[in-house]
Design a binder for this molecule. Sequence first.
Ligand SMILES: NC(=O)C1=CN([C@@H]2O[C@H](COP(=O)(O)OP(=O)(O)OC[C@H]3O[C@@H](n4cnc5c(N)ncnc54)[C@H](OP(=O)(O)O)[C@@H]3O)[C@@H](O)[C@H]2O)C=CC1
Ligand SMILES: O=C(O)[C@H](O)CS(=O)(=O)O
Length: 492
Amino acid sequence: MTAHSTDLKMLLKDPSLLETRAFVAGEWVDADDGRTFEVRNPARGDVIARVADLSRAEVKRAIEAAQAAMKDWAARTAKDRAKVMRRWFELMMENQDDLGTILTAEQGKPLPEAKGEIAYGASFIEWFGEEAKRVYGETIPGHMADKRITVLRQPIGVVASITPWNFPNAMITRKCGPALAVGCGFVARPAAETPLSALALAVLGERAGLPKGILSVVTSSRSSDIGKEFCENPLIRKLTFTGSTEVGRILLRQAADQVLKCSMELGGNAPFIVFDDADLDAAVEGAMASKFRNNGQTCVCANRIYVQAGVYDEFAKRLAKAVDKLTVGDGLKDGTTTGPLINADAVEKVEEHIADALGRGAQVVTGGKRHDLGGSFFQPTVVTNVPADAKVSTEETFGPLAPLFRFETEEEVVAKANDTIFGLAAYFYARDIGRITRVQESLEYGIVGVNTGIISTEVAPFGGVKQSGLGREGSRHGIEDYLEMKYVCLSV
Ligand SMILES: NC(=O)C1=CN([C@@H]2O[C@H](COP(=O)(O)OP(=O)(O)OC[C@H]3O[C@@H](n4cnc5c(N)ncnc54)[C@H](OP(=O)(O)O)[C@@H]3O)[C@@H](O)[C@H]2O)C=CC1
Ligand SMILES: O=C(O)[C@H](O)CS(=O)(=O)O
């Protein structure tokens, strides 16, 4: 199967899930001025849809509608909101195949991986529908005989969301799940590269019973304009962003004017450390999962692979052998394990990092070039003997490049792993319990995978330290960002 502009609908069991209008205030609308922007299939480069290109005026209407809808939605019981969230979860899973096909068509990841993202995305809707029923307040022993102290937990208000193209479903549900479950209004602006998954999510949310106006999906090619509306509109109480640290800084600066509450899931530079006491086959498996998931386009991908000298050559040989088994191709084609990169810029970033490493003395073990398929396809690549001053040491590649660095001691590698402005995810493989305890405590990261390369789940707090972000998503902690605490002092 391939997704050309005329046949994507033909690939769907329910073609009505392929929506190209924006979802504003409970209505499916074109842009006021009729403008649209193109969505392209990264595997072929052809246009698969033309989507409503909204301006700030339409976004303003969406925000006002969310504010109006919140009154009744927040007044409903958590149990009642949970029923709607549960139905939404069920509809996502019932339509997993179609949602996966739409996601692969616009983002490129292999269909099995896209369907996996749908299940991952749906898990946040399920999880937070349940968590909302456990948002407890508290009473505090009064400080004076005639005072009674209570603490209420209430929805923070209208939430604005800006999300990236690499997980077009799950990055939205990881935010709208908790926000809607506790009673907030939600206005989502998906990446221009991948709006179709967000619109399909809204189709199912409407069918599940979300009240008119409580959720809007404002599609636009003008990300900066929409971001400014989110930061400047006084009805917005919370901005939640997932994307690069560079854009996160821009939004934080803009949000400062209104002292707008922000949560930021930003860039990463994950170290992946293999100690000489590691199970090497397990370490290779973990490195493959962490590095090549979504073709290396995740913020938690292994970005630097440190291997202790005693096992360096053997690990490099086994990793290259595993990489050579990857099958690059169209994500909708059976057997594809590795799709295209999102666009030409992404290809150039990978090439830049490879050229820089080779220029500093590294060697290519496998891959290293654009794929014969052309376009934004790239050969999964392993390079060895990468020096510490290579660009890939400090910059996130966001592509299928596995750079191997050699190290001698535990102290040396922990210092190198921590020597970055980022602090999202880190991984290491070892079996000595003393080493595992020391290293997991010493790594300056929000997430540490020990003898595993995959850490993503709705039940755990996902987020980074340093310049990888602010706040946590998922787990019981992930609901806090969408609640305000109110202290009530009653004089009796
Ligand atoms: N910590 C985490 O969980 C994650 C972090 N990331 C990080 O994001 C990067 C890759 O994603 P990528 O999409 O390229 O990141 P970007 O930061 O470029 O874009 C993220 C989103 O922000 C929008 N955007 C860009 N500029 C502005 C602006 N000035 N104002 C408002 N919105 C804006 C983009 O819209 P448009 O694309 O339409 O311009 C997109 O929707 C990597 O650095 C990766 O590590 C990605 C996913 C998860
Ligand atoms: O966009 C990303 O990189 C995701 O946050 C990674 S994960 O949550 O799918 O692991």
